[in-house]
Design a protein. Structure first.
Length: 267
């Protein structure tokens, strides 16, 4: 009887206290920003990177009004996060300093396929006690991949950026092309300079552009990928131009890119 009363009393106190407070979270770079913006409750976000609202940030609209902080130990400690999420932001010294102070650091893997994205989403979701939200996000991604599957019917497609680079195997671009049913025309793995002269002399049947929506100074604005001869050679062969915000980070929204490619091949 006494045990039952104690349990009832404790349960009542827990009910009055309400659910546990969401963990305070901060992200250190623009790719980590995407995961935090997608998975963390807005009130729990105590810091984003200075590029959270940049044009190539997929979830930049959600970043509006949230604090942006520099990647320094002083800025992180000032925000008082329980969890810090990073991919390339910060360095080993910063991570070690945070760990010494009891601040958990989640380091995202450099995903080159959708399994890598799934692992990253689940890693962040577990750290933030948001597993259900993570699975919803992945279910939406998988639904888009299922709808895009096979659309390219094995056609060869060549990816090109304004700076004159392409992407071969072991890249998220390759995973995106394959998810939409295309074969990647790039011969070299990873990212490499595109064979521009060969492209002009023998243009690929299908070209996928990336980052051409962003006007930036330097190589991208006047880069080889924008050369007049190359534009002429690929005229009528471009099946899609993917925005930089969809390509800048390896994340679940690569499935949106696969859908864009799939729709470009269907009436």
């Amino acid at each position: 009887m006494r045990v039952g009363l104690v349990a009832l009393f404790a349960g009542g106190l827990m009910g009055l206290a309400g659910p546990a407070a969401a963990q305070r979270v901060m992200s250190l770079d623009s790719c980590a920003d995407q995961y935090v913006l997608a998975l963390a409750p807005r009130a729990a976000v105590v810091g984003l990177s200075p590029r959270a609202d940049a044009p190539d940030s997929f979830l930049r609209a959600r970043a509006e009004g949230l604090p942006q902080r520099r990647t320094t130990i002083e800025a992180v400690l000032g925000a008082r996060p329980d969890v810090v999420v990073r991919q390339w932001g910060g360095d080993a010294r910063l991570t070690a300093a945070l760990q010494r102070r009891g601040i958990r650091t989640v380091s995202l893997g450099d995903a080159t396929d959708f399994d890598g994205v799934r692992a990253n989403v689940r890693q962040v979701a577990v750290a933030l006690n948001r597993q259900a939200a993570g699975e919803v996000l992945l279910a939406e991604m998988d639904g888009k991949l299922a709808r895009a599957a096979g659309a390219g019917r094995g056609r060869s497609a060549f990816y090109l950026t304004p700076g004159g680079y392409t992407a071969g195997s072991s890249t998220m671009i390759d995973a995106m092309l394959r998810a939409a049913g295309f074969a990647n025309a790039a011969a070299q793995p990873y990212f490499s300079p595109a064979p521009l002269e060969a492209l002009v002399l023998a243009p690929p049947k299908a070209v996928v552009l990336g980052f051409f929506d962003l006007t930036r100074a330097g190589a991208d604005r006047w880069g080889p990928g924008r050369h007049a001869a190359l534009r002429q050679a690929t005229r009528g062969r471009v099946i899609a131009s993917l925005p930089g915000a969809m390509l800048g980070c390896s994340a679940w929204f690569a499935a949106d890119g696969a859908q864009v490619l799939a729709k470009a091949t269907r009436p």
